[in-house]
Ligand binder design. Structure first.
Ligand SMILES: [Zn+2]
Length: 91
């Protein structure tokens, strides 16, 4: 099952918005699922991933947002256990 909340944590509190986009990093033919975000946190997540990429902590590649609704929870590939909590306090 997909988590039903945005992955962003702000000031120690989990964002309670429903996820609207699946965040992934596309590196050539590979796609790494990273987390979920709501519309509000989309730009924040983009910035955060850019920082992590520049620090070499995550895969380099294009940051991709796939609308959750068009994918459908049944056909999402990737291991949900790999999803990370995006803690904004560590920015
Ligand atoms: Zn959010």
């Amino acid at each position: 099952m997909m988590p039903d909340k945005c992955s962003v944590m702000e000031e120690g509190k989990q964002c309670v918005n429903p996820p609207e986009f699946i965040v992934s990093i596309v590196d050539g033919t590979d796609e790494y699922m990273f987390g979920l975000t709501c519309q509000k946190h989309k730009s924040v997540v983009t910035g955060k991933l850019g920082i992590l990429q520049s620090e070499g902590k995550i895969h380099n590649g294009k940051i991709s947002f796939t609308p959750v609704k068009s994918v459908g929870t049944d056909c999402v590939h990737g291991d949900v256990d790999d999803l990370v909590q995006i803690d904004m306090n560590k920015l």
